[in-house]
Design a binder for this molecule. Structure first.
Ligand code: HOC
Length: 383
């Protein structure tokens, strides 16, 4: 039994006790020495909330936020996490249903262990669904177009394109386990690829057999398709625009220059993220780079944030520094491992309750993500 109230430090070890060595290695899997992941967490401690007193308020904080031209009741989204069936047999369907039940957008990973169409059915078509793309190389543009058209048809309304994962990082925990969930005997990460008509057609043309007749080779090919080794360039964004008529948000932005390019290209948003410290070791903290990016492009596109969120106060700090919505990743994976859909719901509800109380007690007159700003924070080293 997990401790009842969600607390990341308690739920993480409890969840890990229930996982296989591979699943555990995968979820904790940071790049290299773990320095980036560590800095992600430490960065939150560098900013402190300074509560003001006798600030007369008569209502609880309004947690609503506006992104992609729409109002959302809460400033969090469920981050794209792959292969969720390794944590619970209900996998992505449970997380998507939980997100819909809690009125939180669900971002579906290309590396899901469930197909696009099945995730769309999970919440009886309810809830906001966004699709995350691991972007195949130009030679596989036809596959990219197929994924985007399937996502559109299944009611996914925004496209989050992950830019920092053209190859997976140096992750000792996965390497020790010889772990690639796509290549496991149950091929758990390939649901989207194996159900894709264009991937299937191309595989047959190349190898003369159906995907099911040479599963191992097909899984390896799908791995190479979505993690193609080399990055695209800015000039390739036009392909995405031609094939996706909704909002496009680039995920993995860490520099002011890249954020400015997104504005120039007329994109709707960015996710300031370092992939939870799973890709580049010795990197900058995601929260550390957020303020300068907000100062340069804030108001010109929507700013999402992820990497290191574990509690309500973390969400409050990211919002106060200028993010409009925050993506929650590992915490809901622990909820999924411990309690399926209900576990994910519990984590989401707890984070939002914790955020609401934190803002309420911070003595902010208009404690809403829309009005929150740096006045509520101080740099700890300047106190
Ligand atoms: C080879 C399968 O974003 C991560 C994910 C990528 C998942 C695919 C792993 O682990 O950071």
């Amino acid at each position: 039994r997990p401790p009842f109230t969600f607390h990341s430090d308690l739920w993480e070890p409890e969840a890990e006790k229930r996982m296989s060595a591979e699943s555990k290695g995968y979820v904790i899997g940071n790049a290299g020495t773990g320095e980036t992941a560590r800095k992600n967490r430490e960065a939150f401690g560098k900013w402190s909330i300074v509560p003001k007193r006798l600030v007369k308020t008569s209502s609880l904080p309004d947690l609503s936020t506006k992104v992609l031209g729409k109002e959302f009741p809460f400033p969090i989204a469920v981050a794209p996490v792959g292969v969720q069936r390794i944590f619970n047999p209900d996998g992505e369907e449970a997380s998507a249903a939980a997100a819909a039940a809690e009125s939180v957008p669900y971002i579906m990973s290309t590396a899901s262990s469930t197909s696009i169409e099945d995730v769309a059915k999970a919440a009886n078509g309810n809830g906001t669904r966004w699709f995350q793309l691991y972007w195949p190389a130009n030679e596989n543009d036809e596959i990219t177009a197929s994924l985007l058209s399937r996502a559109k048809k299944a009611g996914f309304s925004a496209l989050f394109v992950t830019l920092d994962t053209y190859i997976l990082g140096w992750r000792p925990s996965d390497m020790d386990n010889g772990y690639n969930p796509f290549l496991r005997s149950d091929k758990i990460g390939v649901a989207i690829g194996f159900s894709d008509p264009v991937f299937r057609k191309k595989f047959k043309e190349k190898h003369g057999v159906e995907v099911e007749e040479d599963m191992h080779n097909a899984a390896a090919e799908w791995t190479r398709t979505v993690f193609p080794l080399f990055s695209h360039g800015w000039e390739d964004i036009k392909f995405l625009k031609q094939h996706w008529d909704g909002p496009i948000i680039l995920k993995g932005i860490q520099t002011v220059g890249d954020a400015q390019k997104c504005v120039e290209l007329g994109l709707q948003g960015i996710v300031v993220s370092n992939h939870g410290g799973r890709q580049v070791d010795g990197g900058v903290s995601s929260l550390g780079v957020l303020p300068r990016i907000v100062d340069t492009v804030g108001g010109k596109l929507d700013i999402f944030f992820d990497s290191g969120i574990r509690a309500g106060a973390d969400i409050a700090k990211a919002l106060a520094l200028g993010a409009q919505m925050v993506l929650v990743g590992r915490p809901y994976v622990y909820g999924l491992a411990l309690g399926g859909e209900q576990g994910v719901r519990h984590v989401l509800k707890s984070l939002l309750g914790d955020l609401e109380l934190t803002l309420h007690l911070a003595g902010v007159e208009s404690a809403s993500p829309k009005h929150l700003n740096r006045d509520v924070l101080e740099r700890e080293d300047r106190l």
